[in-house]
Design a protein around this ligand. Structure first.
Ligand code: ATP
Ligand code: MG
Length: 466
């Protein structure tokens, strides 16, 4: 990551300069009509909105960050929304269940999980407005969080400083940005920082292009006219419309269905789009930031990403270095994560000296996300205020000749290992969408869930044994 030459020198440590934070809302629902209506109300109240149409996608979202509020539908294509509540930090998030099929059992379960409300569809817009307003007011009244780093980003390595410079340089322009790097290295955080530093007046709207089917994504992105498909009872604007004058973050762009890539190309070329079932081209002013954890040129070469779309998305590329190439950042990050946990838990736990060495030397193949999860786990297991980091996971070995889309096994690999790697790679290929991965593998999504749970249990047992 070469740093631009003309920029003034940067300090090696960044003084916290928290921007005024918009409250954040996660909508977990596959009911496009409801999603659009709720998002529109929240947007008008200044919320930053993230939408997940499936449970697996929502789980990924809440593992990545906290939301001030989550609206969670119960009946999702890949499971029950209630299971998401296990992954939500209820102290930080107001979780509200929204359902079209209420029952005493789910209501009892919901309140047992500390949800703040259980709403039955159709929900009056005023009720939603009131909920959003209450949550925003409460968040503002809370004591300020511990000093935040620059746009929540921690780091002081050369690679990090160069990335920060790129963000600052590119943010004020309206150039499309493509952020690429390994999983968990901070691409979404960078996209948010670009938006926050851009001075754009509209919201940041994130959409995961790999997590929902092409048809649903088209309707979510472009919106639809009344009657354009069964269930389209009224006209709705899409994410593009919601992100007007703001930033549309297209995550996992290389997983977007080819037909949709063609539509998107049109938007980027002409600055206008058409709702599903519509006959008029509507102008839209939006900044596009996209991200992928694939090598973008390889994605083009393999036909996964249209070449013409790539050139339009990649007005400016931001390659993100993996954590193992960021010097002492791992320690700075671990300290920041522990400080955050200490502040939330009102504790003063500290890493053991061995843990500090381990944090510096471990390869962190899952990058910042893996480090954050490891710190969290070690904090929970801490005794006498001593936080002991677990032994690092070995780097996944990529076999000779293996690409992001192929798997190669050495003679003598066990069936169990082959199965584990096939499952992992297929999930990765389908952007962690278990339903699509299951269809490709000819098994059920439940089988995938069971295998993953088994792996997690094995890993936990290994930890306990060590
Ligand atoms: N520089 C950083 N400072 C503080 N936290 C960070 C930093 N980079 C990443 N994180 C945290 O690490 C986690 C993963 O980051 P993020 O979701 O942005 O990664 P990603 O590259 O988008 O991952 P994926 O490819 O899996 O989607 C998040 O919890 C994020 O807040
Ligand atoms: Mg991401």
């Amino acid at each position: 990551m070469a740093a631009p030459q003309s920029h003034p020198p940067m300090p090696s440590e960044f003084t916290p300069a928290p921007p005024l934070r918009s409250p954040s809302l996660l909508i977990v629902d596959d009911d496009v009509g409801f999603v659009h209506a709720a998002a529109e109300i929240a947007r008008l109240q200044g919320y930053e909105i993230t939408v997940a149409g499936e449970l697996a996608q929502a789980v990924n979202r809440v593992k990545q960050r906290d939301f001030d509020m989550a609206l969670v539908d119960l009946d999702l294509p890949d499971g029950c929304g209630l299971s998401l509540l296990r992954d939500v930090d209820m102290l930080r998030t107001d979780a509200v269940v929204v359902t079209g099929s209420p029952s005493v059992a789910t209501a009892v379960d919901s309140f047992r999980n500390s949800v703040v409300d259980y709403l039955v569809k159709p929900i009056a817009p005023d009720r939603l407005r009131e909920l959003f307003e209450d949550c925003a007011t409460r968040r503002r009244a809370e004591p300020p969080a511990p000093a935040r780093a620059w746009h929540d980003m921690v780091g002081a390595s050369d690679a990090f400083v160069a990335t920060r410079r790129m963000i600052e340089k590119v943010a004020p322009s309206d150039v499309s940005v493509l952020v690429h790097g390994e999983s968990g290295c901070g691409k979404e955080l960078i996209a948010r920082a670009i938006h926050a530093a851009s001075g754009r007046t509209g919201p940041f709207v994130a959409v995961n292009c790999g997590a929902v089917s092409g048809d649903l994504l088209a309707s979510q992105l472009f919106g639809h006219e009344k009657g354009s498909f069964t269930g389209a009872v009224s006209r709705h604007g899409g994410f593009l419309e919601q992100a007007a004058h703001g930033t549309l973050f297209l995550d996992e762009i290389s997983e977007m269905a080819p037909a949709l890539q063609t539509h998107l190309l049109r938007v980027l070329d002409f600055g206008c789009y058409r709702r599903l079932g519509g006959h008029v081209d509507l102008p839209v002013e939006v900044r596009i930031v996209s991200a992928t954890n694939r090598d973008p040129l390889q994605a083009v070469a393999s036909g996964r990403l249209r070449e013409d779309l790539y050139y339009r998305l990649c007005g400016f590329a931001i390659p993100v270095a993996p954590l193992r190439e960021r010097g002492d950042d791992a320690r700075l990050l671990a300290d920041a994560f522990l400080a955050d946990l200490n502040a939330r838990g009102n504790t003063q736990f500290a890493f053991t000296p061995e843990s500090r060495t381990l944090i510096r030397d471990a390869p962190w193949p899952g990058n910042v996300r893996e480090l954050r999860n490891a710190v969290q786990r070690a904090y929970i297991l801490a005794e006498d205020g001593q936080v002991r980091m677990p032994a690092p996971q070995p780097m996944p070995q990529r076999a000779v000749g293996e690409s992001s889309d192929t798997i190669t096994f050495a003679v003598g690999t066990t069936f169990e290992e082959m199965e584990r790697r096939i499952l992992r790679k297929t999930l990765q290929h389908f952007g962690n969408n278990r339903r699509r991965a299951a269809a490709a593998l000819g098994i059920t999504a439940r089988t995938i869930r069971n295998r993953l749970a088994r792996e997690r249990d094995c890993a936990a047992n290994e930890d306990d044994d060590s």
